[in-house]
Design a protein around this ligand. Structure first.
Ligand SMILES: [Zn+2]
Length: 94
């Protein structure tokens, strides 16, 4: 057990992935590049029970572990952003 290199940290309204090696009060960075200081105590849970996962961290984690990208539900993404991203991905291909 405990072989995963990252863990989730609720930070600024989202769950970000951080290196599992970070200890309390350590300064570090989330996988999506947000500077964080590891809290000594676990952060409070959101009133809804679970904070939304940071998609950038989720993708970085999956790429690191070789897990296929999760197909996000339509309602969870911004339509305009998704459309632009898809068109960009198609346009950049060979
Ligand atoms: Zn993140």
């Amino acid at each position: 057990m405990g072989t995963r290199p990252f863990r989730w940290l609720p930070h600024q309204g989202r769950r970000h992935a951080i290196p599992d090696s970070m200890a309390a009060n350590d300064d570090g960075q989330t996988l999506c590049g947000v500077a964080v200081t590891m809290p000594h105590d676990p952060p409070p849970r959101s009133p809804d029970g679970c904070w939304p996962t940071c998609r950038d961290c989720d993708q970085a984690w999956r790429q690191h572990e070789g897990i296929p990208l999760f197909p996000w539900p339509r309602e969870a993404v911004d339509n305009a952003t998704t459309t632009a991203a898809r068109q960009g991905a198609r346009g950049s291909g060979p």
